[in-house]
Design a protein around this ligand. Sequence first.
Ligand code: URP
Ligand code: ZN
Ligand code: ZN
Length: 460
Amino acid sequence: MSILIKNGKVVTPSEISVADVLIEGEKISAIGDNLNANVDHVIDAKGLLVMPGGIDPHVHLDMPFMGTFSSDDYTSGTTAALFGGTTMLIDFVLQTQGKSLDHALKQWQGRSNGKACCDYSFHMAVTDFNESTKEEIKVMIEKEGITSFKTFMAYKGALMIDDRQMVGLMNEVKRNGGMVTVHATNGDMIDYLIAKHREEGKLTPLYHYLSQPEITEAEASGRFSDMAFNTGVPAYIVHMTCEGAHNHVRLAAMRNQKVFAETCIQYLILDASLYDKNFDGAKWVMSPPLREKKDQESLWAGINQGSIQVVATDHCPFKWEQKLMGKDDFSKIPNGHPAIEHRMELLFSEGVNKGKITLNKFVEVASTNAAKIFGMFPQKGCLAPGSDADVIIFDPNEEHILSAKTHHMNVDYSSYEGWKMKGKTKTVIMRGKVAVDNNTFKLDPGYGKFVKRNKVSGII
Ligand code: URP
Ligand code: ZN
Ligand code: ZN
């Protein structure tokens, strides 16, 4: 199969120019002016943007969590991702405490094998670091191509590790060429505040928010950065939401340390006033919670200043009946929100169109930086000869409205119901095959492949 995309505006992190893109098999073979080739398919992209497929390095598909499973499996989640222009995901394998990393990996392979439509990889979440887990780190990196290790400083009693385990893991990961990533919030403080609110009979979703104040995230982000500084491990903070945490990343930079930071689309555009809506606020019960307007300003500034490199989703959808598990107690509402399909279009509509970021920055934070940080560049996140032909053709002017009636995620509400958008993904090419063409889906489950990643240096 060969495809020639003609006359589009090709966007990379550093350039925008009108050019043609030639795809042969699964790879881009040429980019240039007036390319002519005898191809199977020509796409006229005049007036449209041609960009690398999006990379969302933070999703949870079919994940067992809080007594239920996230409602998108590998087929529905990757289909929805492709509709929105995301061609590569990184999901999280969760070690069960007391069991091996390999045991968890086999579970996730069972859930994903033969089911994905777009490409994907795994981070390994280490929830129990001990002598035998230590032995497995090298195997994950060298044999499985899993080079990033996620830690939780919260979810006490389920996923959280203590600081002794954290530094032990950091040393082992550093020795083997990997990266440690973190859900950075203070689990003990949060545990205390949840118990206090429950004792006081404060049980609505608002108290989910009030149980995780900014300081819980700022403190843990600082502590994590200090431990990473001490061990020298490449470090990455996932789903950063607030100014206090962001300032710790900036402080790390002041001592010449690089701590990578990811925020998620919802933290840039939604705020905590949504928790005032009684139980409806459960739609936005996620951890960390939505924050304040001043935090949004800090996050947009961080993207432009380069202290925040990635905009992900932390896609973790639950249907309304699952959210109702916590109708009488906020602490039982499954944490998470659906966004895998809308990340790119929301970032474009709210970010590029409203003058908050440039188009080049959009490509950087929605695609290229994640490929570089997580050891996939230039295979992914890149429009260049030799790279995987993961390409989106995007109409910057098309207006549309988000709704649960039209989205493709397996969830019966939209956290963005009625949002008016400008900018739409029109065609998506996934490793050389047309995946989405004008709202029609063309791939079969199983086309998506597991991507083994390279070691990481902590420099991009
Ligand atoms: O609320 C969230 N974020 N759910 C998914 C698990 C996590 O903490 O990333
Ligand atoms: Zn988290
Ligand atoms: Zn997450």
